[in-house]
Design a protein around this ligand. Structure first.
Ligand code: SER
Length: 594
């Protein structure tokens, strides 16, 4: 029997509902009230507080289908089954059944609901980690054997594979047991006991059949016991479609097949990997755009931009017509509607396609500008050393002109010049460390000097930061700051020059707050409390136990070690002296107080 997405979803949800699980609503892929995550990356993310007891679950047994985004898999896209967005079928027991129940449900649904012969199934379990004080999961082995999985199909794997946590930060976690489907001899050697278990080609993971949540990962990477034990499971719909229908890859499923064929037929130089990357990235871009994120140079917007530009770059590789970006996006939206895998639309199809068009135009503009600079560089022979284009120029193309490295590489190849990728990556790392350091210095160690004017300008910097976010949008973040007794200098991400009108509006808003004579209040709290209170800060960096938070009315709230003035009335008049580009996608404002 051929399965459609809808049949798989219905079979999954009906099975769990028949076993007492309540279907909960799915969430937007942009997390609400969780600054630790850019995107929802698992079905459990929106309900993570239920595992610690901080929140009451709707029911002790729940299930749903949740769109997830995982861009750390971006480089794997193009293989049989890795995707940057997918639909996760999830089920949960919160303080109810544990390992035995979860394994029984998984086995029954797979063998009876989806009629998979048990010989096709393999299960992995956690082998324990002495150093971390985490025992092996012998119980799960016993339960898999008791439902009928042959012991030779049960594989013990280490922490990296079979201990699930949300990431490196703190949170509920536990050993997990995953189910793999054997896609057959044509996809590689069969697994021999104690040999290598190939999870890339032949054996595909179809279900994380149970994360056995009984620990809490602390920030210092120690593990405490949770108050009660829970189960979190998740299965990728797209992989089930591929395996249950015996297909070669997810691109042969109803989610992609027609779009792939269309693109293949309408490109001059199709290659399979590029076709896959284009279709996959455009699909994820539709999902992210619909969640009201626009392409930008930071955070979620940056990921979106990267996906869109990567798709555009591969469209060049296959020599497709310029319109193809929009055509494929349109077909993707239609296909989502036809398969029933559409998000709740926040925009019309036309509105979404307009957003694709805007980014495409920006990309074309960037390309022609970068191309001009590249051609100037290679005309000057002193820029080519031992056949290589100087690495600082390769980096400048990337950093100042936003030119993707791969395109420089492509152009260089055509001009018979080499580029050194390792050296480029070195510069990139160095640059990242520098900006990280600069940001940290701003948030952590306060000011370079404590001149009264510097302190005033420091408070004005907070007002400017808050104002920029109010006027230009919450995507705007501080990228750097430097304050002397004479002036403040503030760098922030923004894609274009500010208009005179915007600059006037910013000045007026800052001056308006100054004139309201608002007290600047300092409070100490834990980083978690600061985060929960909505204070701006770099939560991906480790703060100490306590941070100080400066609040200016309901206008501004930032983690900062000060010092600041006591009341905004001390500041005088705020004046912007200059607005200019600092680097690609980063603007710089210089301002004074008079
Ligand atoms: N949270 C687990 C995972 O993502 C189960 O869904 O694998």
């Amino acid at each position: 029997m051929k399965y459609t997405s809808k049949q798989i979803i219905d079979t999954f949800l009906n099975f769990f509902k028949a076993n007492g699980h309540t279907q909960i609503k799915n969430s937007s892929i942009v997390p609400e009230n969780d600054p630790t995550l850019l995107f929802i990356n698992a079905g459990m993310a929106p309900i993570k507080k239920c595992f610690t007891g901080e929140e009451e679950p709707v029911s002790k047994r729940m299930c749903n289908i949740q769109t997830c985004i995982r861009t750390n898999d971006i480089e794997s896209v193009g293989d049989r089954h890795h995707l940057t967005s997918f639909n996760m079928l999830g089920s949960w027991s919160i303080g109810d059944y544990f390992k035995e129940g979860a394994i029984k449900y998984a086995f029954t649904l797979l063998t009876e609901g989806f009629k998979i012969p048990k010989e096709k199934l393999y299960a992995t379990v956690f082998c324990g980690d002495e150093e971390l004080g985490l025992p092996a999961d012998e119980e799960s082995i016993g339960y898999w054997e008791s439902v009928g999985i042959d012991p030779s199909h049960i594989i013990k794997l280490p922490f990296e594979d079979n201990f699930w946590r949300m990431g490196d930060g703190e949170g509920p976690c536990g050993p997990c047991t995953e189910v793999f489907y054997d896609t057959g001899d044509e996809h590689g050697e069969s697994y021999e006991k104690s040999g290598v278990f190939d999870t890339k080609k032949r054996y595909l993971e179809i279900w994380n059949a149970g994360v056995f949540m009984e620990y809490y990962q602390n920030l210092d990477k120690t593990y405490s016991k949770l108050k009660f034990k829970s189960v979190d499971t998740g299965s990728g719909l797209e992989r089930l479609l591929l395996t249950l229908n015996g297909l070669e890859s997810v691109y042969d499923t109803e989610i992609f097949v027609d779009i792939m064929n269309y693109l293949r037929e309408n490109s001059a130089k199709p290659n399979e990997r590029s076709l896959r990357i284009i279709c996959e990235h455009i699909r994820t871009s539709v999902v992210i755009l619909n969640a009201k994120v626009d392409p930008s140079n930071v955070k979620a917007g940056y990921i979106l931009r990267r996906l869109m530009r990567r798709a555009l770059r591969h469209l060049r590789t296959i020599d497709a017509n310029d319109d193809m970006f929009i055509i494929i996006a349109g077909k993707t939206i239609d296909n989502m509607n036809n398969t029933g895998l559409n998000p709740d639309w926040n925009f019309t199809k036309e509105e979404l396609l307009d957003k694709f068009k805007i980014e495409q135009d920006k990309f074309s503009k960037m390309l022609s500008q970068g191309l001009k600079v590249f051609n100037e560089y290679i005309l000057d022979k002193s820029n080519i050393v031992d056949g290589y284009l100087k690495e600082e120029l390769v980096f400048k193309l990337y950093d100042t002109f936003g030119f993707p490295f791969e395109i420089t590489q492509e152009l260089a190849e055509e001009a018979n010049i080499k580029v050194n990728e390792a050296k480029f990556n070195e510069l990139l790392e160095h640059h990242k460390e520098e900006s990280r350091g600069a940001n940290l210095a701003v948030f952590k160690s306060g000011l370079a000097d404590h001149d009264p004017n510097t302190i005033k300008l420091h408070t004005a910097t907070h007002l400017l930061h808050a104002t920029l976010r109010k006027i230009l949008g919450n995507d705007v973040h501080q990228m750097g700051s430097n304050i002397t007794p004479e002036r403040l200098r503030f760098d922030f991400n923004f894609p274009r020059k500010l208009t005179d009108e915007e600059l006037r509006e910013i000045e007026n808003m800052v001056n308006d707050v100054i004139s309201q004579s608002i007290n600047v209040v300092r409070e100490e709290m834990s980083p978690e409390q600061a985060k929960a209170s909505g204070a701006l800060g770099l939560f991906d960096n480790k703060y100490g136990d306590k941070v100080s938070v400066y609040t200016i009315g309901d206008f501004s709230k930032e983690i900062c070690s000060g010092p600041h003035v006591a009341n905004t009335s001390e500041l005088g008049q705020f004046k912007i002296k200059k607005e200019e580009s600092s680097s690609a996608g980063v603007r710089r404002i210089k301002a004074i107080l008079v």
